[in-house]
Design a protein around this ligand. Sequence first.
Ligand code: ZN
Ligand code: ZN
Ligand code: ZN
Length: 209
Amino acid sequence: MLGFPVALLTANAFEWYAHKVWLHEYPRKHRNSPFFSHIRHHKRVRLNGFEDEHYTMPMFQDQEIFNEKVALIGLCAVFTPTVAVAPFFTAGIYYSAWQYWHKHSKAHLQPEWARTQLPWHYDHHMNTHQDANWCVTRPWFDYLMGTRVIGDDSVAETNPLGMALPGWLERPVNRVARRLLPKAFQRLDANRHSEHGRRQRGEVEEIAA
Ligand SMILES: [Zn+2]
Ligand SMILES: [Zn+2]
Ligand SMILES: [Zn+2]
C-alpha cells in the first residue's frame, strides 16, 4: 500500500528533474535535439494566451506530442518489472504518467481551467521568468527545492500539496509544512515578492529560441 504514495513522490521528483534538465537546460545547448520541441511549446503558449493547439494533434504528426507520450510510456515500461515485488508502486507510476498527460494536455486546451486549477503550470509559462515551477501535476518538489514562484495570489494553491482541502485539514497541513520546511517557505515568499516586483517593472524575459 505504501508503494502508491512512494510512487507519486518518485514521479513528482522525476517531473521536476526531467522538465528542468532535459526539457529546458539540454535543448538550449543542443538546438538540434528532439527536446527542442519543448522550447517551441513555450513559444506557442506565450503567443496564444497559454493555449497550444498542438495538443489536439495525433502523436505521429507532432514532435512535442510524440516526445511527451513516448517519455511517459517509456517511464511506465521501465517500472513495469517492479509489479512482481511492489504492485502498488507500479500502479502509482502508471497513475502518475496518466495524470501528467491528462493535466498537461487539458491545461493547454483550456487555459482558464489551467489558470485556476493548475496555477503552478500556468505560472511556469506565463510568469516573467519561465525557468521555475517545474512540476506539472502537483507542485510538491517545487516547494521542496524552492522553485515555486507564485504569479497570482488570487488563484494560487493555498497549501503545498496543491490539493483542495477543507479548512480544518488545510490549517494543520500548512502549520506542519512550515515547521518542517521553514527555508522552503522563506523562498516561497521571497520568490512571490520578486515576481511581483518584476511584473510591476515590466521585466519580462522571453525564452530564447
Ligand atoms: Zn517548460
Ligand atoms: Zn506540436
Ligand atoms: Zn506546458
